[in-house]
Design a protein around this ligand. Structure first.
Ligand SMILES: Nc1ncnc2c1ncn2[C@@H]1O[C@H](COP(=O)(O)OP(=O)(O)OP(=O)(O)O)[C@@H](O)[C@H]1O
Length: 591
């Protein structure tokens, strides 16, 4: 098999593989659409024959025949209206049912993607797969899919029917068949090539808009507007050019179809009129014929149009499948739509044993790292930027899997624990708090079933309650997509309240580097002290002054533990910890 042919087969194979099971699931809607299609076909032939009969009865002055033809006409009308209704109904069920399930599969798969994979994806490109690509696939579903049977069936049945009326006239449609088929093949290929470029560029464009929105503070402070506008104008213009090229191709294609249709009609009418004048055809038969002759043209041109849509859809299917084929987090991920309970047992020990890990295997961040975190105590991790502090957190929460060695909680390797169970037992307060679109209550609960008293208690401990009660709708105040209403300190306290509500035995704290004012800092510190009570806490310390009371301090340098112990002992040693203190600067990250 040639490469091209194999590629073509694999597009069709991919599409069937992705869409097939979903269509099977919605078979009732497709069965309904097929039944409606058959009734519609019978109605098309019946209505054309009815026109002929009414005309011949009128020309022959057969009034008695006309009186019984009237109720038949009314019946045909009622049937036509019913067919339209059911067609719309089944069409919607068939199209939206499949796309709903497809979007769901894509979203759930995205949620479970490995952290490394997730980091490598561009958000704009991913968003365009949910938008443009799903729409392109949508255009291939429903009646477009039923057309695979409907169009040949219409062509064949109308041809046989018209052949009985006039064999010569029905042959006229044969003249356009090869042109329509060849045209569709060429346009299909050209359009597909174009739509691939359009998809890629739409992804870039969505990415740019997304980044502008996410980083608008940077955009403003670095006066990037002109640069971004220039980039956007170029992308938009390229997209416009490609869309116009597609439009030109479609225009030629539809114009060709319309010309074929008009020509067939004209030739049939002239030839038919000649046959009527020769008395070899009745006026009614001619009327029936020219009513139906269009049905010998549009199945060919529509089949070609559908082929074009199918071509576009196959590129979209490829892009959706690219995501669906990415590996998900290994084992123990619970079915996403089931509720699950993960009882958190008390922590007796956390140990890193002979751990080797690198984001890229040949560039290890840690090599044979051994580390013991005392249970129920506060351990601080200190180190210069890039030493591997955040990576330790990422490994403990199993965002990444080490190449060698293990991390053990209460003696059990975390690789053998349920992923959700592990993450339920760890609460994290990150440096940057992400706020979801919604109310402050939603942002504190994060989907958990929390009693109102617990919610208020957590907000009070996090020194947020007074502030929240001062908001127009209290806990139900919308705080916007990125919490634009909240200050840095308030956002951090939201993160503390979330961790309090999670009530997990292990606490990971990434200390905020941004300096807070003295009063806010005191409130945040009090909230943190409360949060740390009775938990095994690991703090990434960015400021030396905040960790002097830690039970244990680990000093990391380039992925190695160079010192560990309490503050007083580390100060007596000649090492990095003392050097950092002697430099006399509090913020480590800036060194
Ligand atoms: N997602 C990633 N992909 C590839 N390399 C990474 C990734 N995250 C971190 N690194 C690299 O791993 C090393 C350790 O980074 P890590 O973020 O753990 O350091 P850190 O001590 O937390 O630094 P900082 O104090 O600046 O946050 C660095 O060399 C960094 O460039």
């Amino acid at each position: 098999m040639s490469i091209k042919k194999r590629a073509r087969t694999s597009h069709v194979g991919n599409t069937i593989q992705l869409i097939g099971p979903l269509i099977k699931k919605h078979w009732r809607a497709y069965a309904g659409l097929t039944a409606v299609m058959l009734v519609d076909l019978a109605l098309t032939l019946g209505t054309a024959s009815y026109f002929g009969k009414v005309t011949d009865a009128a020309v022959g002055s057969r009034l008695s025949e006309l009186t019984w033809l009237i109720p038949v006409g009314a019946g045909l009308l009622v049937l036509t209206i019913s067919v339209n209704f059911f067609d719309t109904f089944f069409e919607s069920a068939a199209v939206y049912g499949v796309t709903r399930d497809l979007k769901e599969a894509l979203y759930q798969h995205m949620l479970l993607l490995r952290t490394g994979t997730m980091n490598s994806l561009r958000s704009g490109d991913l968003l365009s797969r949910f938008g443009n690509d799903i729409t392109a696939i949508q255009n291939m579903l429903g009646s477009r899919l039923v057309d695979v049977i409907r169009l040949p069936l219409i062509y064949l049945s109308v041809f046989i029917y018209l052949f009985q009326i006039s064999p010569v006239l029905s042959m006229v449609s044969w003249g356009i068949a090869p042109i329509a088929i060849a045209g569709s093949m060429i346009f299909g290929l050209l359009l597909r090539r174009n739509s691939r470029k359009v998809n890629r560029l739409t992804g870039d464009n969505t990415q740019l808009v997304n980044e502008t929105l996410q980083g608008f503070h940077v955009v403003r402070s670095f006066v990037m507007e002109r640069l971004l506008v220039r980039r956007h104008v170029k992308q938009n213009q390229d997209l416009y050019n490609l869309e116009m090229k597609s439009a030109r191709l479609r225009g030629f294609y539809y114009a060709g179809g319309a010309t074929a249709s008009a020509l067939t009609f004209l030739v049939s009418l002239c030839l038919g009129a000649y046959f009527v004048s020769q008395k070899t055809l009745t006026v009614g038969a001619l009327l029936t014929f020219i009513t139906l002759v269009e049905h010998l043209v549009y199945p060919l041109t529509s089949a070609a149009g559908n082929w074009v849509n199918f071509q576009k859809a196959t590129t979209a299917v490829e892009r959706v499948q690219e995501i669906l084929r990415l590996p998900v987090e290994q084992n123990q991920v619970p079915p996403l739509l089931q509720t699950a309970d993960y009882p958190c047992e008390p922590v007796r020990s956390i140990e890193f044993r002979h751990l080797t890990f690198g984001y890229e295997p040949d560039k290890p961040v840690f090599s044979d790292l051994n580390l013991r975190i005392p249970a129920g105590k506060k351990t601080a991790i200190v180190g210069l930027s890039g030493a591997g502090k955040s990576t330790l957190f990422a490994l403990l929460t199993r965002l990444y899997t080490p190449q060698q060695g293990s991390i053990r909680i209460n003696g059990r390797s975390i690789a053998s624990l349920s992923l959700s169970g592990l993450r339920e037992s760890i609460a994290q307060v990150p440096q940057e708090t992400f706020l979801f679109n919604g109310t402050i209550r939603d942002n504190l609960r994060l989907g958990r079933d929390v009693a109102e008293t617990d919610l208020v208690r957590a907000a009070r401990i996090a020194a947020l309650d007074d502030f929240i009660r001062g908001l127009p709708q209290g806990y139900d105040t919308e705080i916007g997509e990125r919490g634009l209403l909240l200050s840095g300190g308030q956002k951090q306290r939201v993160a503390i309240a979330r961790a309090l509500l999670k009530n997990a035995p292990i606490l990971l704290l990434d200390e905020a580097t941004a300096a807070l004012d003295t009063e806010t800092e005191a409130r945040v510190k009090a909230a943190l002290d409360h949060l740390m009570e009775g938990r095994t806490t690991i703090v990434i310390a960015h400021r030396l002054s905040t960790i002097q009371n830690a039970d244990h301090i680990i000093v990391l340098e380039k992925g190695q533990i160079v010192q560990q112990g309490p503050h007083e002992r580390l100060m007596t040693e000649k090492g990095l910890y003392r050097r950092l203190h002697l430099i006399g600067r509090d913020t480590i990250a800036s060194i």
